[in-house]
Design a protein around this ligand. Sequence first.
Ligand SMILES: *Cc1c(COP(=O)(O)O)cnc(C)c1O
Length: 462
Amino acid sequence: MEKAALRALPSVDRVLGMPEAAGLVSRFGRAEVTAAIRAALAEARAGQGALPTAPEVAAAAGAALERRHRSNLRPLFNLTGTVLHTNLGRALLAEAAVEAATAAMRDAVALEFDLETGRRGERDDHLRALLCELTGAEDATLVNNNAAAVLIALNTLGAGREAIVSRGELIEIGGAFRMPDIMARAGVTLVEVGTTNRTHPKDYRAALRPETGLVLKVHTSNYRIEGFTAEVEGPALAAIAHEADVPLLNDLGSGTLVDLSRWGLKKEPTVREAVAEGADLVTFSGDKLLGGPQAGFIVGRRDLIAAINRNPMKRALRVDKIRIAALAATLALYRDPDRLAERLPTLGLLARPAAEVEALAQRVAPHLARALPDAFSVTVCTCRSQIGSGALPLDTLPSAGLRIDAPGGRVLEAVVRALRELPRPVIGHVHDGALVLDLRCLTDEAGFVANLASLSAAHGLA
Ligand SMILES: *Cc1c(COP(=O)(O)O)cnc(C)c1O
């Protein structure tokens, strides 16, 4: 910009004196607003455009502050078709759990204090009785997540010794959670038996020796081996382990507390069944099918749970009061299975009938079509949702959604981006050269439609 023109730029003080700036100061504080005005002026000075007026500088500073303060953790619309999406935070909590967590955040609670005796208590006590009641186990404990539950259980039962596991169950969950690596970090020597597709009782029996610390069974949650296969089921495996006097640890992964076939879903093994089959310890997640916050539960034999609680790792992996409060409220809902799907949002979404989702798609399709430039076509489509987080990988749920077709791949990418940049981001998935928004997880229809108003303003689409 020309020297003379630069002199005509408003000063920081003059912009700060604008009524627009006063509003910004009360929201963001004087220091931040002053810095944002300085930055907006610097940008105007460096640019080639027309000289901005003081209100224009204030508006530019306001927009920059708005962007800076917008949280990337703000709620979004998960229209990916994966209900328990690990990258999008997995389970949605029940209202009762949200309220319990909020109350525990605001005030002091008797986390490790026994209100009856006035003496020190245990933080696990808030959940122990409920977990035992719901699973039939003798005792229970909890840690930060299921990966931690597996780690501490392996370390407690098998440090310096061997753990026998079928080659068909040496899973990778995602990220860096691979069973062989976890075993190594737990100080346990892995003894693989059988083959990828077939493992027999004699394979386990042949591997058992004085160095054996435990037998491990892993629920192969995120894939399935089909065809010529054989695995040793829980009861038989428990018998084999107990003959040799070693414990059986069963990692259920997305453990569920109820039979899901009641809601039209395929049945997953329940924690109660795994306990009844004779597993000495069972581990499972809090934020998968269970529908609570992130946590890892370990239930089973009292002496083994006591040993886990004595393991120094326990302190490093423990759960805070906020999640314990939310977990207790979530687990309490399981006492009334009849109303579970109404109260646990994740279960409600999984059980949602396809016809209801399709009716929703019919209603919102015209709103999306109107918000997008004419070059894009929006059609109602059928699709299939996934449960996610490794549960029932092959059992997808019939669903419906909106399919957005664009004149070219680059343009489709622009819609994907524009939807992601909305005040409440919309995340779908690209399939078959089109963007599909699976509406199974859309419950705030009015909010979704209102959010689309910002789409036409989004750049890169016109
Ligand atoms: C998901 C899963 C885990 C890890 O649980 P997180 O709660 O994610 O820590 C471990 N084992 C199995 C079989 C799983 O499915």
